[in-house]
Design a protein around this ligand. Structure first.
Ligand SMILES: Cc1cc2nc3c(=O)[nH]c(=O)nc-3n(C[C@H](O)[C@H](O)[C@H](O)COP(=O)(O)OP(=O)(O)OC[C@H]3O[C@@H](n4cnc5c(N)ncnc54)[C@H](O)[C@@H]3O)c2cc1C
Length: 478
């Protein structure tokens, strides 16, 4: 082949199917160099997750395996993207660079610099969302900051179809002549994690999506708040779709999910099933909303969305923070999910809301502490969704719940883990506690001696938080 190659740079889109940028690169007719760059800055970040990195390595392996059907390989390089790309362009005379846009402040800045400094044709595609930032704006041209009107407009937008392209070995550049360090091992990257890593194969993720749409989405409205114990280890677990880690790395695309749900919706479903399907699609919309927010308001990444609460006096309480992280607060409904997070790298949405409320409202500890801890352990840890969830719970965000709405951990526990099965699974010390006391073991005459007493009294904490938020609101902005 005499044509110069083009580079396709994989980032958070580790799949071959419905990959907009990759398909465009193939359609260009130039042989494609599939590339992944391991940027050392990611590993130095305070939000770095060993588990997520292990999952990423597996997903690179899965992409490489699929490429081998076309006698192609994933080229893996380690270093600063600009230097790596410049060197590769020189080595191969590549005439173009293709990638899918990423909308976090870090990625936007990195990509803008590349576009300004590389001497070849750089093409960025919208792929990670159904509707990219800028595509859902108010009539006055400003971004939405409240979810419900965002969703209404998002619903009206025409959604792109999934993309398909015929691939053959002719579409790929023979990289055997250039240095390829290959996919590093966990040892080489000094990954330390005990979290079992779910399959990262694209076909497996697609089969999970298909199975969910076929057998469980119709009950989403009733099951979504279920405190699922371990969805990755037991196929019979009900609740939500358990697909977020696939969306995070782009092993699944949002278009694949959206159209699968839409097809089901239009397929003779009952009214309640249709309602459930619509609710599930609205969760995909939350994902889009928070990415739009982070794109339009990059300050949220390290600051309150609303400066009303910049004067809030968060507490410095390292021991209480540690107890929260370790699942030793004495509140079973807090400790069970915090232990689950460390054990399997996932937590149900309801539990995320409960533990986030507890950290920010009962302990009055800054949401950024919780945000960071979640990023260090969640397999689906996503800067925009995580930030949105934390700022919502803390009351500092866009569509924040009002500051005076504070979750009562015991009522949440009684409502969402009625029989205490979830608690007992994750807190074996409470195995023998009768149902009557499982939510409040401190009320027993003789509570288990190997489980702590509550580190804070909820009633007292609630009052303290209301006062702190009220005081912050009364401070005049500078
Ligand atoms: C404090 C807090 C932190 C969170 N951190 C993350 C995070 O780092 N990464 C992440 O993907 N989600 C995060 N969420 C949102 C939500 O909890 C997870 O997306 C969901 O639990 C994943 O399980 P699932 O795939 O079964 O979701 P389902 O209920 O089946 O939803 C389908 C998909 O919609 C998306 N989604 C669902 N709820 C939300 C939401 N509230 N915000 C944004 N996207 C959503 C996810 O991609 C999810 O896979 C957070 C929520 C809170 C309250």
């Amino acid at each position: 082949m005499s044509q110069p190659p083009v580079i396709f740079w994989f980032r958070r889109d580790l799949r071959l199917d419905d990959n907009t940028g990759l398909h465009e690169a193939i359609k260009s007719g130039h042989p494609v160099i599939p590339l992944y760059i391991i940027d050392p800055r990611i590993r130095q970040s305070d939000r770095y997750s060993h588990a997520r990195m292990a999952f990423l390595l597996d997903s690179m392996e899965a992409v490489n395996q699929r490429l081998s059907d076309y006698n192609a390989h994933l080229l893996v390089r380690h270093g600063n993207p600009h230097s790596i790309l410049s060197e590769l362009i020189q080595q191969t005379n590549a005439s173009g660079l293709y990638f899918n846009a990423d909308y976090t402040p870090f990625a936007v800045k990195r990509d803008e610099t590349l576009q300004d400094n590389l001497s070849i044709d750089v093409r960025s595609f919208d792929d990670a969302l159904l509707i990219p930032p800028g595509g859902v704006m108010k009539d006055d041209g400003t971004p939405y900051v409240v979810y419900t009107p965002f969703k209404k407009r998002w619903n009206d937008k025409i959604k792109p179809a999934t993309s398909t392209v015929e691939m053959s070995s002719d579409n790929f550049y023979n990289i055997s002549e250039i240095e390829n360090v290959g996919i590093p091992s966990r040892e080489q990257l000094e990954i330390q994690t005990n979290i079992p890593i779910p399959s990262a194969k694209e076909t497996y993720a697609q089969s999970k999506l298909t199975h969910y749409i076929k057998s469980a989405i119709n009950a989403y409205d009733t099951d979504r708040n279920h405190l699922t114990i371990d969805p990755f280890n037991d196929d019979r677990q009900t609740g939500s779709s358990f697909l977020s880690h696939y969306f995070r790395l782009g092993i699944l695309s949002p278009r694949q999910a959206y159209w699968a749900a839409r097809d089901k919706y239009g397929n003779n479903q009952s009214e309640s099933a249709q309602q459930s399907i619509a609710t599930w699609v609205s969760e995909l919309t939350w994902r889009e909303f928070y990415m739009h927010i982070m794109y339009h308001f990059p300050h949220v990444d390290r600051n309150n969305f609303r400066d009303t609460y910049d004067a809030l006096k968060w507490r410095s309480a390292p021991e209480e923070l540690q107890a929260w992280k370790d699942g030793l607060t004495g509140y079973p409904i807090i400790d069970a999910p915090m232990r689950q997070l460390r054990a399997i790298g996932w937590m149900p949405n309801r539990a995320r809301m409960i533990v986030a409320s507890f950290l920010t409202k009962d302990l009055l500890i800054h949401w950024q502490e919780g945000e960071r801890h979640f990023m260090q352990y969640l397999l689906d840890g996503d800067p925009a969704a995580n930030n949105g969830g934390w700022q919502w719970a803390a009351g500092t965000g866009t569509d924040a719940q009002p500051y005076f709405r504070i979750f009562n951990p015991t009522s949440q526990s009684k409502k969402f883990d009625k029989d205490g099965d979830y608690i007992r699974h994750w807190i074996p010390e409470l195995n023998n506690v009768p149902k009557k006391y499982i939510h409040e073991p401190w009320k027993m005459d003789a509570p288990p001696t190997n489980y702590p007493a509550p580190i804070v009294d909820h009633k007292f904490a609630r009052k303290r938080t209301l006062e702190a938020f009220k005081a912050a609101r009364e401070v005049e902005p500078a």
